[in-house]
Design a protein around this ligand. Structure first.
Ligand code: UD1
Length: 421
């Protein structure tokens, strides 16, 4: 059985280069379905989730050519089927992102219900509510959803009850080829939305307001080809920043956009971490020269503190002096890492969506499970400062979001290896 073994390591030192953002690459790849012309997407991270999305595109009829491990040429001259194979859908929740583009270009789409990390219920009601507002008929079956429209989608006003990232993306992609104007209110404002909007604009879409809570889209008849480079992964960057901090290291994080991780920078500074930004170079140096102290974090939609960095910062809090509180407001079941951290002798008490953490001088290695992608990363971070071996099982979750994670940590001086027994 495969597991990752981490041993107590000294301060991490050196440089780490961040990949393109998985969560931006996925919707952008889905959006390539919208045009009959060729698109080239570069800086996509070489990850399993990306492979799944490329397989989804192939299954729909896309001609996918790998230019190198981070670039791909896609040509969807004709869509062969509007049905996404159930097994692909089941592997990754984000496969649902092809629904908007399929509906937009073809007028129909059938998808299984989405899989992915089991963090909370993760319904798709907002995606469906939006499709309906654009004139689509929706039929929900046992484990399948069928969406179609008589003629073309028609622009409409959609108010999202929650600024869902996926719903905003799906609806933007549905609206770009709809007739007339679509307004998405209470839209998500994440950098991923802005990057998707930039790509859609290169294709010839007419979009205003991406990055604010009101996005306005004027439908066009046809889109053209384009070339696009994916933005850096703010969550991968934040993960290495927290790892540098917990190890009391000195690490230069390269290919990062500081303005995308303001709340992470602010909270690390509050805890006593030195953050030195070099905006011209897209680099951030993270250094610790003094004892770290606890703080409070509440996860929120962007520009609030990202839920995808919640488990990592909580891990840092477990060894920071004093008490900390973490409140998770985005997902209702995102404390699965707490039990694993407790196995490592972290002092954490949860009450609903709130966790109280009392800093301890040391963690202890244990056999633990990566319960989801980010939780897995937080266990690597914990292992860096735990006495003895931290053996992390269910490693596949970690690979879904972190390219070359072992090599990158090892290059920074971490004592980490993949073991197969
Ligand atoms: C995306 C990210 C994920 C991140 C999350 C929140 C991708 C591939 N994944 O996921 O890493 O953790 O944003 O930043 O980009 N919700 C509904 N109804 C819906 C849709 C969502 O109630 O129709 C709820 C969800 O259950 C959840 C919250 O909204 O509680 C946030 O979900 P959403 O923003 O949609 O996350 P994803 O797009 O799935």
């Amino acid at each position: 059985m495969e597991f990752i073994r981490v041993r107590k390591s000294g301060p991490l030192k050196g440089e780490v280069t961040i990949e393109g953002a998985k969560n931006t690459a996925l919707p952008i790849l889905a959006a390539t379905i919208l045009t009959k012309e060729e698109t080239i997407i570069t800086d996509i991270p070489p990850l399993k989730d990306i492979e799944i999305m490329l397989d989804v595109l192939r299954s729909l009829g896309a001609d996918v050519e790998r230019l190198d491990d981070k670039s791909v040429r896609i040509h969807v001259k004709e869509i062969k089927t509007h049905i996404t194979p159930f097994e692909l859908m089941n592997k990754m929740r984000a496969s649902f992102l092809v629904m908007g583009p399929l509906l937009s270009r073809l007028g129909k789409a059938v998808n299984g219900l989405p899989g992915g990390c089991q963090i909370g219920e993760r319904p798709i009601d907002l995606h469906l509510k939006g499709f309906r507002a654009l004139g689509a008929n929706i039929e929900e079956r046992m484990d399948e959803i069928s969406v179609d429209v008589d003629g073309k989608l028609k622009g409409g006003t959609i108010y999202l009850d929650f600024p869902s990232v996926g719903a905003t993306e799906n609806l933007m992609m549905a609206a770009v080829l709809a007739e007339g104007e679509t307004v998405i209110e209470n839209a998500a404002k994440e950098p991923e939305i802005v990057d998707l909007s930039n790509f859609l604009s290169k294709l010839g879409s007419k979009i205003r307001g991406a990055g604010t809570s009101t996005i306005v889209i004027e439908g066009v008849n046809e889109l053209k080809g384009a070339r696009h480079r994916v933005i850096p992964d703010r969550i991968e960057a934040a993960t290495y920043m927290v790892a540098a901090a917990i190890s009391k290291g000195d690490v230069l994080v390269k290919n990062v956009i500081a303005s995308h991780i303001r709340p992470v920078i602010a909270k690390l500074k509050e805890m006593g971490v030195d953050i030195i930004e070099d905006p011209d170079e897209d680099e951030i140096r993270v250094r610790v020269t003094k004892e770290l102290v606890g703080t409070n974090v509440r996860t929120l939609p962007y520009p609030g503190f990202p839920t995808d960095v919640q488990s990592q910062i909580m891990t840092l809090m477990t060894v920071a002096k004093g008490d900390s509180v973490v409140e998770e407001t985005v997902f209702e079941n995102r404390f699965m890492h707490v039990e694993e951290l407790r196995k490592m002798h972290a002092l954490i008490v949860t009450d609903g969506n709130e966790a109280r953490i009392v800093g301890v001088p040391n963690l202890t290695g244990a056999m633990v499970k990566a319960t989801d992608l980010r939780a897995g990363a937080s266990l690597i971070i914990a292992g860096l400062v735990a006495e003895g071996n931290t053996d992390i099982y269910d490693t596949y979750h970690i690979y879904r979001g972190y390219h070359n994670v072992i090599e990158k940590f090892r290059a920074l001086g971490a004592d980490i290896e993949l073991i197969n027994k």
